[in-house]
Design a binder for this molecule. Structure first.
Ligand code: ADP
Ligand code: MG
Ligand code: MG
Length: 352
């Protein structure tokens, strides 16, 4: 009989809409070629208020791509659809908070059903840019200078704030990037060039997260590497993103035509190999599993490679970098989703 795959999408995050598009591409791939004989898709849609929908409502959202608006009543968050019990394996296709950050992974772990991708630790470490950078530093991966800041330092103590800004100016300089630690899609990120902008950006970032990171700005090419596997993962060819905006912000990411992907990136072989090596080290450093996309800054003039971040549930639409990198490395979209499911089964099998 077919393995019943619970496709989990939507979610309480700013990347709700992207998640629906990613899930639709995955559902389609699960219904093609040999996958059709192996897998049956059960769609599970998490509304923006956190309520789970299965069956026709979920299928409707998947097919139409249009989010189902939550009811105005207080949601009952502990009521899961009865279809939940029919799932043999979960495929979370959720980006950002409450999906990519270990929260859903904790729930699925408690359900004792295998799931695709990283577990609690890998997801949480990969999502929190401060924890992530600490893990990368420990692994010896080179990254730009940064400083971790808390909301309390920004908001609660008027004596601390000026000193904090002085310190950032002295150690990181301008331009620097102010980021909420636990978001994605560039939400809440600001590139700042002056004291005034720094203060505003810190205050704004504090509205998103208790944890904030400030990084020295680097002028570099942005290159990405896909990783697939568990304990012996593989790295894909390298891809590059180019755009004309000031940085790769939300608008550039999601407005068609504003950014271009080049696969494989035009890089010297040694550089590509070093990036692949670093991607695999980063994957291990945060304890990722299944899949990740690891993003880098490459400073052509000096040959320096800085790791920027790992994304443990990267965008997975048909045009997204992650599946495109594998397509260019010889694994089709249809094969990729099959491999991810097999990796989930392998990872969750009891040690014999
Ligand atoms: P997200 O997880 O939201 O994608 P990133 O840390 O990748 O956040 O930052 C988003 C974008 O901001 C990057 O793709 C890059 O264009 C720009 N950026 C972020 N940090 C730096 C930096 N230290 N130097 C230069 N550009 C940066
Ligand atoms: Mg990210
Ligand atoms: Mg990024």
């Amino acid at each position: 009989s077919k393995l019943r795959v619970g496709l989990l999408f939507g979610g309480r995050s700013g990347e709700h809409e992207v998640s629906i598009i990613s899930a639709r591409a995955i559902a389609q791939a699960l219904s093609l070629e040999e996958n059709a004989n192996k897998y049956a898709v059960l769609p599970f849609y998490i509304q923006k208020d956190g309520v789970w929908q299965a069956g026709e409502v979920a299928q409707q959202v998947l097919t139409s791509g249009v989010p189902q608006e939550p009811l105005s009543t207080t949601p009952n968050l502990w009521q899961f659809p009865p279809e939940t019990e029919e799932v043999d394996l979960w495929f979370p296709v959720l980006h950002g908070p409450n999906g990519e950050d270990g929260t859903i992974q904790g729930l699925l772990t408690l359900m004792q059903v295998p799931f695709v991708g990283s577990g609690v630790l890998g997801s949480a470490t990969g999502m929190d840019k401060i924890a992530m950078k600490m893990a990368f530093a420990q692994a010896g991966l080179s990254q730009v200078k940064y400083k971790a800041v808390t909301r309390a330092e920004v908001w609660s103590n008027p004596c601390v704030f000026p000193k904090l800004c002085d310190d950032i100016e002295a150690t990181l300089g301008y331009p620097c990037f102010v980021k909420p630690a636990n978001l994605g899609s560039s939400v809440g990120i600001a590139k700042v060039r002056s004291r005034q902008e720094l203060e505003t950006a810190l205050d704004n970032a504090a509205t998103y997260d208790r944890r904030i990171i400030v990084e020295a700005g680097v002028v570099a090419r942005e290159v990405e590497c896909a990783v697939l596997g568990n304990d012996h993962p593989k790295a894909s060819v390298i891809g590059e993103i180019t755009f004309n905006s000031d940085f790769y912000d939300y608008e550039t990411k999601y407005t068609p035509g504003k950014a271009d992907l080049f696969i494989p990136a035009n890089l010297p072989d040694v550089v590509a190999q070093q990036i692949q090596e670093m991607a695999l080290q980063a994957f291990a450093a945060v304890d990722a599993a299944g899949l990740s996309r690891v993003d880098f800054f490459y400073v052509e003039a000096t040959g320096e490679i800085f790791i920027n971040e790992i994304n443990t549930l990267p965008g997975f639409t048909s045009t997204s970098m992650y599946p495109q990198l594998w397509a260019n490395s010889g694994i089709t979209f249809v094969q990729l989703v099959d491999q991810l499911i097999q990796l989930a089964i392998e990872r969750h099998s009891p040690v014999s």
